[in-house]
Design a protein around this ligand. Structure first.
Ligand code: NDP
Length: 258
């Protein structure tokens, strides 16, 4: 049976949504996990829940957009777990605005968290993975990393950067034992999507259900994707037998049944 026993994973944005589902999936596969976010509350809770279910889990506070905090995170996670074998670059955030209303602060924030955070965390683990000739890096991009839509140009640009970074690093890391792949989901049932629905309600006066329906229609999605469906794809990329899989960009659009 496939297993991650003996492997240590860091999951950024592991306090809720896709990151929490990924932490649970990796821990259930036997990995020791470290969940990371800017606010300690949710990651501490997830780590405690995992430990109460018999897994080894740690919680760390870190803003992935801050180079110093990411360096400290890598040190603390290594101190707690011994080494980092798996990195899930999941921390991310989204806004929506027409181009005329995007402030420079909003643009930079999208780039800093989604794109620069992915770069910084990858850089912090890469050399030690290469030394041991084993590593798994999974970047959570988005369908917005592959196509465009109105009012999300800053988020879309940042997620295209994540996809481009994944493709380039897959070539750069050939032969090192490190694989790097990306997952590109459509709308997933998480607090981030709840925020998007709340924004539609605010701007249009529609009900929650009407706003969700129009969001899905605009995206051409039959339903919201479940966070654990994304977690299954993440887990597959982390397994020992996934060595041959690198530079893959897997799209989840809610039409598949897993
Ligand atoms: P949530 O908002 O539900 O969770 C985001 C997590 O990231 C939280 O734990 C949050 O904790 C953490 N986080 C946010 N900013 C930072 C930061 N600067 N440093 C460290 N941690 C941070 O999001 P989702 O689970 O929905 O999304 C996860 C990823 O999946 C994101 O990259 C998102 O872009 C991507 N995605 C999501 C989709 C969706 O429909 N939900 C669709 C496609 C892609 P805290 O606030 O405490 O820092």
């Amino acid at each position: 049976m496939s297993s991650l026993v003996g492997y240590n994973a860091v999951i950024t944005g592991g306090g809720r949504g896709i990151g929490a589902a990924a932490a649970i999936a990796l821990a259930e596969a036997g990995a020791k996990v470290a969940v990371v976010a800017r606010n300690e509350g949710q990651v501490v809770e997830i780590a405690a829940e995992l430990r109460s279910n018999g897994h080894e889990a740690f919680a760390f506070r870190c803003d992935v957009a801050d180079p110093r905090e990411v360096r400290d995170l890598a040190l603390s996670a290594r101190e707690a777990m011994g080494r980092i074998d798996i990195l899930i670059n999941n921390a991310g955030t989204a806004t929506s605005n027409p181009i005329s209303r995007i402030t420079i602060a909003e643009w930079r924030h999208m780039m800093d968290v989604n794109a620069t955070g992915t770069f910084l965390c990858t850089q912090a683990v890469y050399d030690s993975m290469a030394e041991r000739r084993w590593g798994r890096i999974v970047n959570i991009a988005s369908i917005a990393g592959l196509q465009g839509d109105k009012y999300i140009s800053a988020y879309t640009a940042a997620k295209h950067a994540v996809v481009g970074f994944t493709r380039a690093m897959a070539v750069e890391s050939k032969g090192t034992g490190i694989t790097i792949n990306a997952v590109c989901p459509g709308y997933v049932d998480t607090p981030l999507t709840d925020e998007t629905i709340a924004r539609i309600m605010h701007h249009t006066g529609k009900s929650w259900q009407e706003s969700l329906t129009s969001l899905l229609e605009q995206a051409g999605q039959p339903r919201l994707i479940r966070a654990n469906e994304v977690a299954e794809v993440i887990l597959d990329f982390c397994l020992e037998e996934a060595l041959g899989r690198t530079g893959e960009i897997v799209v989840l659009d809610g039409t598949e049944t897993r």
